[in-house]
Design a protein around this ligand. Structure first.
Ligand code: PAF
Length: 281
């Protein structure tokens, strides 16, 4: 695997590579990331990964400084997975001057996770557009665990007419249902045992919607209440439509998703479950 930290070197190396499938990451790679790398092979001749812990998407009280940085181990995993090239720039390479031009996503950037992480989606969209410009992939893959991020990036790519296919990849879970995440490392042993409750509750909520329940506010309240009774501090549980994460507008909405973010000890966990309702017509 080639490893590049300079933009001109990376661009030169990419010239003869055919269709590029790109997987951007912040490193500390787990099985969820590796599933993205494997799926990327189906979308290009050459899989390119990036590792960059992007300061722009972290708030002042977020875990930018403590975010796990494990470059050596990550490189070994990527090489073993057959990734052709890794772009691992320093901050000085990606942000050689203060970044004054940003991608400003629409109002959704201030809702759901955005309400609790001001500036996060602006920082994500800005760095991903920059990485897209550097790597110029034909396809890019993102995990569905970060559902709002995937939606923002998909809509950014469409509205800015970028010639890139955005692929959303299924969430990889531990056997007990917990979505894999670098932040699971912040859980103590007892918190790790409690953590699968989040996915269990979202699955129950989705099942209730399938069974015909349409009082979403009640379902959201009940799920958040059960989390909080078990030691969590819930930011939100929300049923939204998949396409733009706005409130479902009526009985005809069929593609829904329930999303949640909640804190358990030092870890802020997010998860979601898609709800596909059959047409009543
Ligand atoms: O999902 C992530 O790891 C990051 O938000 C991304 C897409 C690599 C941008 O920094």
């Amino acid at each position: 695997m080639q490893i590049h930290s300079s933009i001109p070197e990376l661009r030169a190396a990419l010239q003869t590579r055919g269709r590029i499938a790109f997987v951007p990451t912040m490193g500390n790679l787990h099985a969820g990331h590796m599933a993205l790398m494997n799926e990327a092979r189906n979308h290009g001749d050459c899989v390119v990964a990036s590792i960059f812990v992007n300061r722009l998407q972290f708030g002042p009280n977020d875990d930018f400084d403590s975010y796990p940085r494990t470059l050596q181990a990550d490189c070994e995993k990527l090489a073993a997975a057959g990734v052709a090239m890794l772009f691992a720039p320093t901050e000085a390479v990606l942000y050689p001057e203060p970044q004054q031009y940003h991608v400003e996503p629409p109002a959704i950037q201030h809702q759901l996770d955005g309400e609790f992480r001001p500036g996060h989606f602006r920082g994500v969209a800005t760095v991903v557009l920059k990485l897209f410009n550097i790597i110029q992939p034909q396809a890019a893959l993102f995990g569905k665990k970060d559902y709002q991020q995937l939606m923002v990036l998909r809509n950014m790519t469409r509205q800015l007419a970028l010639p890139i296919e955005i692929v959303g990849s299924e969430t990889v879970r531990a056997e007990d249902g917990l979505a894999l995440s670098s932040r699971n490392a912040y859980l103590s042993t007892s918190e790790r045992a409690e953590a699968p409750r989040l996915h269990r509750l979202l699955s129950c909520l989705a099942a209730a919607v399938h069974a015909g329940e349409r009082d979403f506010a009640k379902l959201e309240r009940e799920a958040a209440g059960e989390l909080d009774q078990n030691g969590w501090k819930t930011d939100y549980v929300a049923v939204r439509r998949q396409s733009d994460l706005q409130l479902p507008q009526g009985p005809d909405e069929q593609a829904l998703v329930v999303l949640a973010a909640s804190r358990l000890g030092a870890a802020r966990l997010i998860d979601n479950v898609e709800i596909e309702l059959a047409s009543s017509h």
